[in-house]
Design a protein around this ligand. Structure first.
Ligand code: XBP
Ligand code: MG
Length: 244
């Protein structure tokens, strides 16, 4: 089965957005709405397996702030706080504060030139993904991605395969025609649960994760070419044929 499309995760894979982007924006939003919460780097890393900002806030409150979580207006507060957090995150990205990880831009550009189809499968809000891509790759960058699966468009976030299945449906391809690029254990779990061969470039908060089942694990995409990916994909799909 030939490789037809690359499906990129965003946070952690394209850029190290979490600790210095999302985390900082959450803390600014907490203080703006008067919530006496502060998410330090270690606590934040431990909460990253809960995908989605609103889901992460609910998880944190249920675990550490049960009184706040039991307030009947808490869900509304989460929605309001998360909207502010998105504003702060966008501000940060717009100032060019978050660069792409090494090799990402070169690989995306080569993939376009070689006619590979490109897509996004992320848990973060669509405006966050668009802001990162346009601030780093240029104003027309969103047009490079045929399908953008992001945020609340599917009911269950990673590690559920929903977002990857949604993207495959819209690309009208089977999982073995795609290669996913992820940075974390939950991202890998989501893509492989959708049967997509997956390469992992662990982000700085995912260094200790286990990546069993990955088609390849690499420090970064620096120096990785489309030919490398075609080889990895061919090996992985040959393995899949042998298993199924
Ligand atoms: C990473 C996430 C996101 C961000 C926050 O998603 O888990 O939840 O931390 O984004 P991915 P929102 O690696 O799939 O890109 O606050 O917009 O939900
Ligand atoms: Mg990620």
């Amino acid at each position: 089965m030939a490789l037809e499309a690359l499906v990129f995760d965003v946070d952690g894979t394209l850029a190290e957005t979490e600790r210095d982007g999302h985390r900082v924006a959450f803390n600014r939003a907490f203080s703006k709405v008067g919530l006496p919460w502060f998410w330090g780097a270690e606590l934040y890393d431990a909460m990253l397996p809960i995908a989605g900002g609103k889901e992460r806030m609910h998880h944190y409150a249920n675990t550490y702030q049960p009184l706040t979580a039991s307030d009947p207006n808490f869900a509304q507060l989460v929605t309001r706080t998360h909207a502010l957090k998105t504003e702060f995150y966008l501000e940060r990205v717009a100032t060019g504060g978050i660069p792409l990880r090494p090799g990402v831009a070169a690989l995306i550009k080569e993939a376009r030139e070689r006619g590979l189809r490109l897509a996004i499968a992320t848990t973060t809000a669509p405006e966050n993904a668009a802001a990162l891509l346009t601030s780093t790759l240029g104003d027309d960058a969103m047009a490079w991605f045929e399908v953008v699966g992001a945020g609340d468009i599917v009911p269950h976030k990673k590690p559920s395969p929903d977002i990857y299945q949604w993207v495959l449906d819209r690309l009208s391809i089977g999982p073995a025609q795609a290669l996913a690029c992820e940075d974390s254990a939950i991202g890998l779990a989501a893509a492989t649960a959708a049967d997509i061969p997956t390469i992992v470039t662990p982000s700085n908060h995912a260094r200790g994760h286990h990546f069993d089942g990955a088609a390849a694990v690499m420090d970064s995409l620096e120096g990785t070419t489309v030919d490398n990916l075609i080889q990895i994909h061919a090996r992985a799909t040959a393995g899949m044929d042998a298993i199924h």
